[in-house]
Design a protein around this ligand. Structure first.
Ligand code: PGA
Length: 229
């Protein structure tokens, strides 16, 4: 089992259950979290989901934490920038985090600035404080934090020094809030060529992988790289 975690975020791919099954069979491995679209969760018995609503009941189109849990999902992405971009607010992210923690599941909270700019700190502070409002230290300790700069998604990865400095900032914000400094995941154009650079860093505990997780051969190579570290 890899010591470092790989989380595959398939986004709205692939188009058919057959393709989803083939991709899942190629990628499913201990220590890997695979987040397929919700429609494939039941058939694949996947352990990850890309989103959740904070409760069941009269919420057309939504999926509750209990439903995901019932299917065997353990980890759920929360606050992905593609969801923030279509209007998901920090208040909604906060409710999702709390609902997942209440259900005993692990939220993977994605944090990052929209543009490469000097305002990075402001975004990190703002997102972390709003998203975690009212979350206890015990709860926060159960969350996996991922630094995922929006400008690095689907383009080219941030450089390692910038990632480490952003992670240090996030750790010091969390340290002020809760008194602990968790290791963090990195996301944003991680592929088989740059994975080892990120994972070799002691404070980076894993990677969230989008595009490269849709390429079965590449992702299998990435699992091998993570396993050898
Ligand atoms: P990417 O996506 O690896 O294609 O940049 C990562 C993500 O959006 O989580």
């Amino acid at each position: 089992m890899p010591h470092k975690l790989l989380i595959a975020n398939w986004k709205a791919n692939p188009e058919s259950p057959e393709e989803a099954r083939a991709l899942f069979e190629a990628e499913n491995n201990p220590g890997v979290i695979i987040c397929p679209p919700a429609v494939y969760l039941e058939e694949l018995h996947a352990n990850g989901a890309q989103d959740v609503f904070w409760e069941g009941g009269a919420h057309t189109g939504e999926v509750s934490p209990e439903m995901l849990k019932e299917l065997g999902v353990t980890h759920v992405l929360v606050g992905h920038s593609e969801r923030r971009a279509i209007g998901e607010t920090d208040e909604q992210i906060n409710q999702k985090l709390k609902a997942l923690l209440n259900a005993g599941m692990t939220p993977v909270l994605l944090i990052g600035e929209p543009e490469k700019s000097a305002a990075r700190s402001d975004y990190l502070i703002d997102q972390l404080t709003r998203d975690l409002e009212g979350v206890s230290a015990d709860g926060a300790a159960k969350i996996m934090f991922c630094y995922e700069p929006v400008w690095a998604i689907g383009t080219h990865a941030a450089n390692l020094d910038d990632v480490v400095s952003a992670i240090h900032e996030m750790q010091s914000i969390l340290d002020k809030m809760y008194g602990f400094k968790p290791s963090m995941l990195y996301g944003g154009s991680v592929n088989e060529k740059n994975l080892a650079d990120f994972l070799n860093h002691p404070e980076i505990s894993g990677a969230v992988v989008g595009g490269a997780s849709l390429k079965a051969e590449e992702f299998k190579n990435m699992i091998e790289i993570a396993t050898k570290l």
